[in-house]
Design a protein around this ligand. Structure first.
Ligand code: UDP
Length: 239
């Protein structure tokens, strides 16, 4: 069941925001570029599972502020992630990579249900597994789900790509000119300094289970491929 020694297995979180190229909806050129990078590293033999966000369609918290009931809005957010999964699946298959989509909300026509042992088998056969619909539960985020899935399917690391920021900073770099990028960080520091680039729930799940996390920017030619290979980019967060 566990990972074979010498084979790297990673959980890659892709921000939904990036899929839209800064707009609502999908930018196929962006998704194609992401798929090409994933295909390259999958062919190098890295086992890859992907959790896809949905911020390019809906964020439950934002719809709630506009008057929607939170749970229903969160389900809309989860359904948005599934559209991103199907787009990523399509472009990965264009690149000749075998894929399976598994969703936390059952929808048999478009995806398998989430079955962790089957996901592991897919990866062992060289398939990229794409997880959609988050945890299937309102009030959760795709960051938290990424940590949970990485633990359950025994990944060596969780790779959190971010849109518009290339790592963890001492403060918000968009508003604080003094903000410095950190090369390494502990989960305890991330939590006590209230660094919000990744959800606190994701940080604490990884801390409790000693799972390393790389936070990196997905902008740039090959940053996703570099992160999957284990190159030194972004910020490495450890217990
Ligand atoms: N969501 C949820 N439960 C989950 C995962 C996601 O309710 O387990 C909803 C939530 O409303 C969230 C939206 O789906 O705002 C999109 O996910 P997220 O914001 O994590 O996407 P990203 O920021 O990565 O694009």
């Amino acid at each position: 069941e566990g990972n074979h020694p010498g084979t790297r297995r990673v959980l890659l979180k892709l921000s939904g925001e990036a899929f839209g190229g800064g707009k609502v909806g999908l930018d196929p050129d962006v998704v194609r570029g992401i798929a090409r990078q994933i295909a390259t590293v999958a062919r190098e033999g890295v086992q890859i599972a992907v959790v896809v966000g949905g911020g390019n369609f809906f964020r439950g918290a934002q719809l709630q502020q506009r008057g929607m009931e939170r749970s229903r809005a969160d389900y809309m957010g989860m359904l948005g992630t599934v559209m991103n999964c199907l787009a990523l699946q399509d472009f990965l298959e264009h690149e000749g990579v075998e894929t399976r989509v598994q969703t936390a909300i059952t929808m048999g026509q478009v995806a398998e249900p989430y079955i962790p042992r089957r996901a592991i088998r897919h990866m062992e056969k060289g398939r990229v597994v794409i997880f959609g619909a988050g945890a299937g539960m309102p009030y959760f985020s795709t960051d938290t789900v990424s940590a949970q899935r990485a633990l359950e399917i025994k990944c060596d690391a969780v790779l959190m790509s971010k849109h518009g920021v290339d790592g963890v900073y001492t403060a918000d770099p968009r508003t604080d000119p003094e903000a410095r990028k950190l090369e390494t960080l502990t989960y305890a520091d991330a939590l006590s300094r209230n660094l919000k680039v990744v959800d606190a729930a994701a940080f604490s799940l990884c801390m409790e289970n000693d799972l390393p996390m790389l936070v990196f920017g997905m902008d740039g030619e090959d940053s996703i491929a570099r992160a999957v290979r284990g190159e030194k980019i972004g910020t490495l967060v450890t217990a």
